[in-house]
Ligand binder design. Structure first.
Ligand SMILES: [Fe+2]
Length: 398
């Protein structure tokens, strides 16, 4: 990240095990679909038979630019000091607590309702997420209990909403991507043939214009199953890693070599997985693959980030197989796998909303709860951003 000075008001980290007495919170995380009505049944996965045409290119205008312009103006009139990174005004309140999750990635916020943010605050938020990679907001009942229409209005502020080609969505709202599992079924990837459930990726990186600021929240999550732990939650954490920090760990000579490379990202395998009858068995848009730079530049912060992931990146253009898959990509995937130096682990609690910048981070679910057959249900709002900008000026992407 370009700054670690954003967060100046530290607050204690949340308890690792959250005890809840609120009946509303317990209902939000109901894990027994067979025994009680489900409060979020309107958000259950629906697999429409619709078929969509290819996505059209569009011009993305990142809201973070406006925030940065205001910040620069404030520096120019002396309101803020040159070289400082002030807290956005919507976070400057005695009710707001902030804690940095790690020096390189993430900040956690409480005392702010996302539903109450005006346009200027949303601009500031976009810049904050770009700089910190991951921003976690706790206590967002107002946001989560709003409506799919409100989720979409929120997302559209940050970019054109992506419609996932294969996932389930709430009926009538294909722009809301769902992850879901309960005692009967699952609509997530299973990884029975691997020694780890980790699968680091940036969402739908095979698109020409992959997502930028992404919003995700759980509305049901697994309960702990140990004796006396019935009111706490355990399992299904999400791991994030900074692809900016990952790049900074590499030697300058190697980074210079990587800047000249580009790779193919493919959605074909994901579509084939659905066509084989998994995950709802629907492919609503023909799969695509696109070429992206190995190192991309964030349009607002200018940060350079590694942009490969094991889930969707297939090969490096113009390199031979041994050079591409067995040397460079393997090295970079191993580097991401071992990125504990710049990871953040999000332990979900009721009414938590996570925002990340998909351009400069990667993430992975942790499927450590599958034996419990409890409900886990999440919604993702996924605005697309610009076509990845090569860190190396003039790099041709074809
Ligand atoms: Fe993802």
């Amino acid at each position: 990240m370009s700054t670690t000075a954003t967060v100046t008001e530290a607050a204690p980290a949340p308890s690792p095990v959250l005890k809840l007495n609120s009946s509303a919170a317990n209902e939000q995380t109901s894990s027994s679909p067979a025994t009680q009505p489900y409060r979020y049944s309107h958000l259950l996965p629906h697999f429409s038979q619709d078929h969509y045409p290819p996505l059209e290119p569009f011009e993305h205008v990142d809201p973070g630019h406006r925030a940065l312009a205001r910040e620069r103006e404030a520096i120019a009139n002396g309101t803020i000091a040159e070289g400082s990174t002030p807290l956005p005004s919507f976070l400057r309140s005695p009710n707001v607590t902030l804690s940095e999750i790690t020096p390189n990635l993430g900040v956690e916020v409480s005392g702010v309702s996302l539903s109450q943010l005006d346009d200027a605050a949303r601009d500031d938020l976009a810049l904050l997420v770009a700089r910190r990679g991951l921003v976690i907001f706790r206590n967002q009942q107002e946001f989560i209990d709003s409506s799919p229409e409100a989720y979409k209005e929120w997302g559209r502020y940050f970019g054109r909403l992506h419609i996932h080609p294969t996932s389930g969505h709430p009926e009538g709202h294909p722009e809301i991507h769902l992850v879901y599992r309960d005692e009967n079924t699952t609509f997530n990837f299973e990884r029975e043939d691997s020694i780890s459930t980790l699968s680091w990726h940036s969402d739908v990186s095979y698109e020409l214009q992959p997502p930028g600021l992404t919003t995700f929240f759980l509305i049901a999550q697994p309960h702990a199953r140990g004796e006396g732990l019935e009111e706490s939650f355990s399992g299904g954490d999400t791991l994030f890693t900074s692809q900016v920090a990952a790049l900074k760990r590499l030697s300058p000579e190697f980074v210079e070599f990587l800047r000249g490379l580009k790779a193919v990202h493919s959605g074909f395998e994901q579509a084939a997985y659905s066509r084989a009858g998994n995950r709802g068995g629907i492919v609503r848009r023909d799969p695509v693959e696109h070429i992206h730079p190995l190192i991309r530049r964030h349009p607002v912060t200018g940060d350079e980030a590694l942009y490969v992931n094991r889930q969707f990146t297939r090969r490096i253009v113009n390199l031979k197989r041994e050079e591409s898959a067995e040397a460079i990509l393997r090295l970079l995937y191993d580097h991401i796998d071992k990125s504990g130096d710049h990871q953040a682990r999000l332990k979900w609690s009721p009414y938590t909303v996570a925002l990340w910048d998909n351009r400069v981070t990667a993430h992975s679910a942790i499927v450590d709860f599958k034996d419990g057959k409890q409900r886990r249900h999440g919604c993702r709002i996924t605005p697309q951003a610009e076509r990845p900008i090569p860190a190396k000026e003039g790099l041709k992407l074809d």
